[in-house]
Design a protein around this ligand. Structure first.
Ligand code: 6AU
Length: 260
């Protein structure tokens, strides 16, 4: 059973991870495999964007530490909107330190990420202590992580060997790892979700190393399950219309892929 030929519905039963199952259910029911990267800098912009694009997304990805006015109110509002529109919260913290340090970064500090983010990003670089550290901070909550195995930026040091080692790490920690942030599909395992950033229509880069492909190319050529789109939506003159456009293009490409 190759991940790329399977519908999201049929992949639900391949995993025991409650958040992987939930995400497949949301994608299948809402008919969306779009994640918006909400890289905005105030709570007001974040909340307003989440409410507007909420009907079109399966996941809202945050960089909570770029907000200039973060407070508990930010989280309360995000959680309400996630329930209202049925999407998950995905904090792109990219944890990348020893287990003991990431446990503190996950549960403590100003953001207390473990209390509100369903999913977080993690670098495999430190070895699997990074995963064990995060898991030690969960305290019975339903949480998961996505391993960043390959980056979209030019000159990224994520070699083929690194990508393969991240796949092995995921296989050893399926109770926590939901999938990969990656530019290509190394694993055909239907349990793992492939999240692909660096997606934008009408642009090939941002002048600061980011490299873009279209939603169709991410899904049909690279094997993405979920596309992550930031500025293509947040900086569009009409972000809701842009979200609809990316959503439709991405879901059509997914449907085309599973037909073959
Ligand atoms: O569409 P953009 O270029 O405006 O935003 C892309 C988003 C940003 C990055 O932090 C993130 O995707 N990202 C990641 C993630 C999700 O981990 C990995 C990567 O390789 N490239 C990338 O752009 O919020």
């Amino acid at each position: 059973m190759d991940r790329k030929n399977c519908s999201f519905e049929s992949r639900i039963t391949t995993t025991n991870h409650p958040l992987t199952r939930k995400l497949f259910e949301i994608m299948a029911n809402k008919k969306t495999n779009l994640c918006v990267a909400a890289d905005v800098t105030t709570t007001e912009e974040l909340v307003s964007l989440a409410d507007k694009v909420g009907p079109h997304i399966c996941l809202l990805k945050t960089h909570i530490d770029i907000l200039t006015n973060f407070s508990q109110d930010t989280i309360d509002k995000l959680r309400d909107l996630a329930a209202k529109h049925n999407f998950l919260l995905f904090e792109d913290r990219k944890f990348g330190d020893i287990g003991s340090t990431v446990a503190n970064q996950y549960s403590g500090g100003a953001y207390k990420i473990v209390e509100w983010a369903d999913l977080v990003t993690v670098h495999g670089l430190p070895g699997d202590g990074v995963i064990k550290g995060l898991v030690s901070a969960i305290n019975g909550r339903t949480r998961g992580c996505v391993l960043v195995s390959q980056m979209s930026s030019s000159g990224a040091l994520t070699s083929e060997e690194y990508v393969e080692n991240c796949s092995k790490m995921a296989e050893n920690h399926t109770y926590f790892v939901v999938g990969f942030v990656s530019q290509s599909s190394k694993s055909g395992d239907p349990r793992f979700i492939l999240f692909t950033p660096g997606v934008r229509l009408g642009k090939t880069g941002d002048g600061l190393g980011q490299q873009y492909v279209t939603p169709r190319s991410a899904i049909l050529e690279r094997g993405a399950d979920i596309i992550i789109v930031g500025r293509g939506i947040t900086q569009a003159s009409d972000p809701v219309a842009a979200a609809k456009e990316y959503r439709e293009e991405a879901f059509d490409a997914y449907q085309e892929r599973i037909k073959h």
